[in-house]
Design a protein around this ligand. Structure first.
Ligand SMILES: NC(=O)c1ccc[n+]([C@@H]2O[C@H](COP(=O)([O-])OP(=O)(O)OC[C@H]3O[C@@H](n4cnc5c(N)ncnc54)[C@H](O)[C@@H]3O)[C@@H](O)[C@H]2O)c1
Length: 258
């Protein structure tokens, strides 16, 4: 699909690896100037190099999305460098510690919620403020998960954070629909990324998780990034407050046995 994002500027958080890196590349191929935000400088600069190699324009801004001052500075640096902000993919997240609730620690709850939920809230706050000041609307995609739709034993904190992202998406979309700022989220099943490897890399776990996806495989990061770029594009111009689920059939119903 051809996009016309020339002169558009996008922020991709967690663009140092995985789905964020793929999205940065696709936005750049669509013509957008890309600001990659993340905590890890080496991986961030690798994404910048890959985008430049593909002919794109890219800047890395070291950012911890759970810190208000750093998210505010991310938007400021974006505007200082490229003059505007049109789109954002609020993708940064962690899995936290997947153990039963009675074994979960308060510190892990705080860290997971701070990054996955407060981080998205902070991004929305400063991104939307900038978009409103420009007066031309904008498009934002937040990163949720199938864990935003259903619970998962041992992943209560992660699921709570991803359900929260969907609530933020709908509420923000309602607040800014009349200003032309569209806000949606994307909810993948298991994706082949560093996080996917950490969570599902053990052969028996991988086999079980594959079997829970009727298509019998994990998503590739590009399959998620494609949807994100489309949601941010003019082609999705009447879509706001919605989720796209990309899960190989996971949420469609019980997977028939082989
Ligand atoms: N991989 C999966 O199976 C899967 C499924 C559904 C949803 N998700 C979600 O997708 C998003 C991206 O994950 P991924 O699979 O690409 O894994 P990943 O671990 O490769 O990417 C996550 C990125 O977020 C960054 N990040 C983490 N904490 C941050 C912080 N405080 N500030 C800035 N950046 C931070 C990491 O450095 C990394 O670059 C996450 O929100 C995750 O919850 C992943």
């Amino acid at each position: 699909m051809e996009y016309h994002m020339k002169d558009k500027v996008v922020i991709v958080t967690g663009g140092t690896t995985g789905i964020g890196r793929e999205a940065a590349l696709l936005f750049a191929k669509a013509g957008a100037k890309v600001v990659v935000a993340g905590r890890r400088e080496i991986e961030g600069n690798e994404t910048v190099a890959q985008v430049r190699q593909a002919g794109g324009v890219c800047l890395f801004v070291k950012t911890d999305v759970s810190q208000s001052s750093e998210v505010e500075a991310l938007v400021e640096q974006t505007v200082r460098k490229f003059g505007r902000l049109d789109m954002a993919f609020n993708n940064a997240g962690i899995e936290g510690n997947w153990v039963p609730i009675v074994d979960q620690t308060e510190a892990d709850w705080d860290r997971t919620i701070d990054i996955n939920l407060k981080g998205v809230w902070l991004c929305l706050k400063y991104e939307i403020r900038q978009m409103l000041s420009q007066g031309h609307g904008g498009a934002i995609v937040n990163r949720s998960s199938i864990c935003g739709h259903v619970g998962s034993a041992t992943a209560a904190t992660y699921c709570a954070s991803k359900h929260g992202v969907m609530a933020l998406t709908k509420s923000a979309a309602l607040e800014y629909a009349r200003n032309g700022v569209r806000i949606n989220d994307v909810c993948p099943g298991a994706v082949q990324t560093p996080m996917g490897d950490r969570l599902f890399g053990e052969p028996d776990v991988e086999k079980r998780i594959r079997a829970m996806h009727p298509m019998g495989r994990f998503a590739m990061p590009q399959e998620i990034a494609e949807a994100v770029v489309w949601m941010c594009s003019e082609r999705a111009s009447f879509m706001t407050g919605q989720s796209i689920v990309l899960d190989g059939g996971f949420l469609a119903g019980p997977n028939p046995p082989d």
